[in-house]
Design a protein around this ligand. Structure first.
Ligand code: DAH
Length: 342
């Protein structure tokens, strides 16, 4: 075969291969096999030495012409393959904007959080500031400082979680009374919401639950002030129609002490079969009383100068009454069906 036709043939074959290339890698392989140092075209040109001198320029020009054609064919095929690849990639990652959107789950406040906020807001309006105290408390603050002597049954191992010598998980928020009075001069008017711990667990008791402690100390704070504040609190919380009553009771840190009931907002005492008040017409909501002089002494206040009242309530109990929740344990199970209702 003449060199001329060999160049023509190899050139045509190369063009065909290039047109049929299906990937960039394959195309590059063809480029090397045709135009590379040891490629088909170079091999053909090596034979130029054997052709008569007058024919060489023509053949050289022919080879160059093919080289250019092949190069431009490779360029345009390369552009084709590249845009095909982009298309394919885009197809793979295409977003279908017509698909229904994923549902966003909005969180809700826990009924205990809601109740704490509501009570804090209500009493905040009459000047109570929210404060906090440690949940890991000293034995002294949790008991002695609030006038609970060493042999008091509340100290029993069965009630209190002891963490170590002299250290407990607080069993009530009452120690915050003492912490506040030791840190601040009177007048004080504080609320302390927070978790408390007792070694107890059944349908009406949880080892961790929440209380809100209240304390108001000033020059002439009296039992009438206590009644006024609690009456306001009860009406704001349970409805303007409710009444409160105080029953004499004993708590070591107050004297006199009282248990406070609110009239049943469901039946107002008219339904002897009422599920909520069990037909009594009253619901116990908190303990309260006039601050014991012993606490003022321990705080460094003069019992002759000041008076004060304190109260403490269980948040879960108030939440259950407000939202008609039948079982305490529902509050701690994290069941979304329950929690979504609030
Ligand atoms: N600390 C009491 C308890 O855990 C509740 C209580 C009763 C708090 C009377 C008070 C109070 O401040 O005056 O049962």
């Amino acid at each position: 075969m003449s060199v001329h036709s060999e160049i023509e043939e190899k050139g045509k074959a190369a063009l065909n291969q290039i047109l049929e290339a299906s990937s960039l890698e394959q195309l590059d392989g063809f480029r090397v096999s045709v135009l590379g140092k040891k490629g088909a075209l170079s091999e053909a040109l090596k034979q130029l030495g054997q052709v008569p001198a007058e024919e060489r320029p023509k053949l050289g020009a022919l080879a160059n012409e093919w080289k250019t054609r092949i190069e431009s064919a490779i360029e345009s095929k390369k552009a084709d393959l590249e845009s095909q690849k982009i298309e394919a990639d885009l197809k793979k990652t295409r977003i279908d904007v017509t698909l229904p959107a994923r549902r966003v789950h909005l969180g809700a406040l826990h009924p205990i959080t809601k109740t704490i906020r509501k009570i804090s807001e209500t009493l905040g309006r009459i000047g109570f500031d929210v404060t906090t105290g440690p949940e890991v408390e000293t034995d002294f603050m949790n008991f002695e400082a609030v006038n609970i002597p060493k042999d008091h049954p509340a100290r029993d191992m069965q009630d209190t979680f002891f963490l170590g010598p002299g250290v407990v998980l607080r069993s009530q928020t009452s120690p915050v009374q003492m912490r506040t009075m030791r840190e601040e001069k009177w007048p004080v008017r504080i609320l302390c919401p927070g978790a408390v711990y007792r070694c107890d667990s059944d349908a009406t008791h949880s080892p961790m639950f929440h209380q809100i402690e209240g304390l108001w100390v000033d020059k002439k704070v009296s039992m009438a002030d206590l009644k006024g504040v609690l009456d306001f609190f009860a009406k704001e919380t349970f409805g303007s129609q409710v009444k409160i009553r105080l029953r004499p009771s004993y708590f070591p840190f107050v004297e006199p002490g009282a248990e406070v009931d609110v009239s049943c907002a469901i039946c107002a005492g008219r339904n002897p079969h009422c599920q909520v008040c069990k037909g009594t017409g009253w619901l116990e909501i908190l303990g309260a009383g006039m601050v014991h002089p012993r606490l003022f002494e321990l705080a460094g206040y003069s019992p002759n100068e000041v008076g004060g009242f304190a109260f403490g309530m269980g948040v879960e109990r108030i939440a259950m009454l407000l939202h008609d929740i039948p079982d305490l344990r529902l509050m701690f199970q994290g069941d979304e069906r329950f929690l979504k209702q609030f």
